[in-house]
Design a protein around this ligand. Structure first.
Ligand code: IMP
Length: 406
């Protein structure tokens, strides 16, 4: 039997999913993106060299076939830059890349439009592209093929963007051999018992339906998006793995999104510096907070997580005390359920449990038996609060820095 395994973010993105996907991709046949665009930035460090991916799934470094599903949105100019950048570093991209004919395009006009987004975004045209998809004026990857053929005037009248962006589409005709019916291809490969690894971008806290609306992105980043974003039916998915940092970070243009456990003082600065918490895509300093078990518990439910992976445990090295948010206080009441509403969340304050930190560093450790007992207790407490087995922790930037947690 093959598997269909998914890796999804449980906080606000940037949990280190790229590194996990790179790790898990070893025995996968396909690595598949299902939503988002170049608002994502997945960083992978191989032998000290940093690679940042925006569109291409992280399986590319393992030489796997990488697939971009219909739920993603693509800026063809930026995709080209990414492809060229990788090929120049000796990574074969075009021979390992398949793109859904139904994926929508982020057009230059979308990028312009998003510069004045009222609810801060990454300025990459994400919300305008998904808006065009919904209001049915969007262009899709298959239009690269459509413009090569004579198009009926009636169709052109109904789709003025086809004329407007004709040259733009023609410029990218080099992608024609990479454009496929991803839904059909993946379902066939699942029938053939191939291993499919699905790579989420962003996270449940930013999910357009289950996140902190309106401070969210424009796609379904949670597991539900896998089905609509690839064409794989729900019962074919075998494992869903959530990823959470050992603390929490959030990026937004003006800091207006909720972050219940935000740390403004010395602790926040310490974690930001140690963790190099500056956006891979935007370079903006990320807001930092203590681990929020209410948020990750919500993500566990929404994604029906089978496993949880905790990343960047080493960043907490050297702190005397650690806090975990176990509940929120809202209007004098303690609440344990996560309100998926940005306005309500901004009024919540954290209820903390304090735990001792550990002496020394967890860096370089390869077995959970060698971890300081305080680090084990911290991870185990998160496991209890989120109620999902933690199977791995990561403790450094390199792809080798991880510990199977048992
Ligand atoms: P958009 O996806 O560009 O529309 O941005 C919407 C919100 O999601 C903003 O607060 C972004 O900073 C945030 N966001 C989008 N993608 C990511 C990501 O990959 N990591 C972290 N935050 C993200």
């Amino acid at each position: 039997m093959g598997y269909v395994k998914a890796v999804v973010g449980t906080q606000y993105g940037d949990e280190g999913k790229g590194k996990i996907v790179d790790q898990l991709a070893k025995d996968a046949d396909y690595v598949v993106r299902f939503q988002g665009g170049n608002n994502a930035g997945h960083t992978i460090v191989i032998d000290g060299e940093e690679h940042i991916l925006h569109f291409i799934p992280a399986g590319i470094f393992q030489g796997k076939t990488c697939v971009i599903g219909n739920g993603a949105v693509l800026d063809l100019d930026k995709l080209k830059e990414e492809v060229i950048g990788l090929e120049q570093r000796g990574v074969s991209v075009l021979e390992n890349l398949l793109i859904s004919e139904n994926a929508h395009l982020i057009l230059p006009s979308h990028v312009e439009e998003s510069k004045t987004d009222k609810i801060g975004g990454t300025g990459r045209g994400i919300a305008p592209a998904y808006t065009s998809k919904s209001n049915k004026t969007g262009l899709r990857v298959r239009d690269i093929i459509n413009v090569q053929c004579p198009i009926d005037q009636v169709d052109l009248d109904a789709r003025p963007n086809l004329t407007l962006f004709r040259d733009y589409l023609l410029k990218h005709s080099y992608l024609m051999p990479n454009i496929v019916n991803v839904a059909k291809m993946l379902n066939f490969e699942i029938d053939m018992e191939k291993n499919i690894l699905i790579e989420g971008a962003q996270a449940t806290g930013l999910d357009i339906d289950h996140g902190e609306y309106p401070f969210v992105t424009s796609s379904n980043c949670s597991a539900g998006g896998i089905c609509t974003g690839t064409g794989i039916g729900p019962t074919r998915i075998t494992d869903i793995i959530g990823v959470a940092k050992a603390y929490v970070t959030r990026v937004d243009r003006d800091g207006s999104g909720p972050l219940v456990t935000q740390l403004d003082g010395w602790h926040g600065e310490f974690i930001r510096k140690q963790g190099n918490e500056y956006g891979a895509t935007t370079k903006r300093p990320r807001r930092v907070g203590w681990f929020d078990a209410v948020l990750t518990r919500h993500s566990a439910m929404i994604n029906d997580l089978d496993e949880l992976i905790i990343t960047k445990l080493d960043i907490l090295d050297g702190l005397d005390e650690l806090k975990i948010c176990t509940a929120y206080e809202l209007d004098g009441e303690i609440i344990y359920d996560y309100p998926s509403d940005g306005i309500v969340l901004r009024q919540c304050s954290p209820v903390y449990e304090t735990m001792p930190g550990w002496k020394g560093s967890v860096k370089g450790i390869r077995s959970s038996r060698d971890l300081p007992i305080e680090a084990v207790r911290y991870v185990k407490r998160i496991e209890d609060l989120v109620n999902v087995p933690i199977t791995m922790v990561t403790n450094g930037r390199d792809r080798k820095d991880y510990i199977i947690f048992d």
